[in-house]
Write a protein that binds this ligand. Structure first.
Ligand code: SAH
Ligand code: SF4
Length: 375
């Protein structure tokens, strides 16, 4: 029996059709086999779906009429309905997508000229969401404020890319899983989506151009390390000691810094690749130079890169960003200790500014919070 659990949307009993965007080549081979069809049709199907971006099964002219009808009855090629687009082509564009069950997620398209982790990219970057809401409840984050609603299916993750490319009239060559949700809490669907995004028969996005960000789910980091793909890993650290991390990130009670760093050693061993640490600077919480010294000591051995991000204020939360002088002092301790670190300075001109704190504002403005979180 074909397992579509990673492909299907978890909701909508009245719409049983599975998104074709969550189906891998081997899923199609299995499904076609069960229909008494030859395996080679799977290649034709993915070419229509991902290569030609077909909008209907009826246009798939090299498939027989009976097969097209069966496909039509079981699968959907629908793009994610766009509820709202904000921003502009030269800054960032945010898409608010309405999902089949009436929930909302955001996807952010960042143009090539905007920097990420201190580096300028010559490619457009798409920041995608992995869940509706987030269960991890970091004290500073808007995405976690309303709690967790549900995982996105692989089809909904890939669907964000397909729809954003079409709506934004761009080809996505860089991706970050830094939208709403904790991607590693949705690992089976994330893994399926990564396979489809990376495959030559799929969206063909280079593994090295896909970054998965996590708040530190150590066992899942070790599992992700086993996936044979050179994807990048970013860790939302935000504190160099358990004392500081405990204060702002409840996940630290489960996987403390020692446990987290053990998982990063596994990652480094498997991937032969360094990780990036995201470190939001929050005034009076994690911005003193002593934290910077400890941070330098802990990360030097990993030869990791640190991306310092001045905190973006979230309405209703008490946290503030430190003065520029304090930000520079923190940066300078790291650099003097020989750690590779960057600090975002231009306001709004960084991926993190664009996609670190999604959804809440838009939904409040539209009065959507209740429908998006009620379950
Ligand atoms: N759950 C994953 C993926 C989300 S990434 C994770 O936490 O890594 C979103 C990034 O934006 C995280 O590094 C998060 O800590 C950061 N972030 C959240 N709220 C922010 C804020 N108000 N200002 C700046 N960065 C923020
Ligand atoms: Fe969830 Fe990441 Fe926000 Fe924490 S920072 S609440 S893990 S989305």
């Amino acid at each position: 029996m074909i397992d579509l659990s990673a492909s299907t949307s978890s909701a909508s009993p009245d719409s049983p059709r599975v998104s074709a965007y969550g189906m891998s080549l081997s899923d199609w081979e299995e499904w076609l086999g069960a229909q008494g069809q030859p395996k080679f049709r799977a290649k034709q199907l993915v070419e229509w779906i991902f290569g030609k971006r077909a909008k209907t099964f009826s246009e798939m002219s090299n498939l027989g009429a009976a097969l097209r009808q069966r496909l039509e009855a079981s699968f959907s090629l629908a793009r994610l309905p766009v509820s709202k687009v904000s921003g502009s082509q030269d800054t960032t564009r945010k898409f608010l997508f309405r999902l089949e069950d009436g929930r909302y997620v955001e996807t952010v398209m960042i143009p090539a000229s905007v920097s990420f982790a201190g580096e300028r990219s010559d490619r457009i970057t798409l920041c995608v969401s992995s869940q509706v809401g987030c269960a991890y409840g970091c004290k500073f984050c808007a995405s976690g404020l309303a709690g967790f609603t549900r995982n996105l299916s692989a089809g909904e993750i890939v669907g964000q890319v397909i729809t954003a490319e079409e709506e934004g009239n761009e080809v996505v060559r860089n991706m970050v899983f830094m939208g709403m949700g904790e991607p590693l809490a949705n690992l089976p669907r994330l893994a399926k989506a990564l396979e489809i995004l990376n495959a030559p028969w799929g969206l063909n996005i280079g593994a090295r151009h896909m970054t998965v960000s996590t708040s530190g789910l150590a066992p899942q980091i070790e599992k992700l390390a086993e996936i044979p793909m050179q994807i990048r890993l970013a860790i939302s650290l935000h504190g160099a000691t358990d004392e500081v991390r405990d204060r702002i990130m409840p996940v630290n009670a489960k996987y403390n810094i020692d446990r987290l760093f053990r998982s990063l050693a596994v990652w480094k061993e498997q991937k032969k690749q360094m990780v990036t640490f995201e470190y939001i600077l929050i005034e009076g919480v994690n911005d003193d130079v002593e934290q910077a010294r400890i941070l330098a000591k802990r990360t030097r051995a990993l030869r990791a890169k640190i991306n310092l991000i001045p905190y973006n204020t979230v309405e209703g939360l008490p946290w503030k960003r430190p003065s520029e002088q304090q930000q520079q002092a923190f940066l300078s301790v790291l650099r003097k200790a020989g750690v590779s670190a960057t600090l975002r300075t231009e306001k709004g001109h960084d991926i993190n500014a664009a996609c670190g704190q999604l959804r809440l504002k838009e939904e409040t403005a539209e009065g959507l919070v209740v429908s998006a979180v009620a379950s």
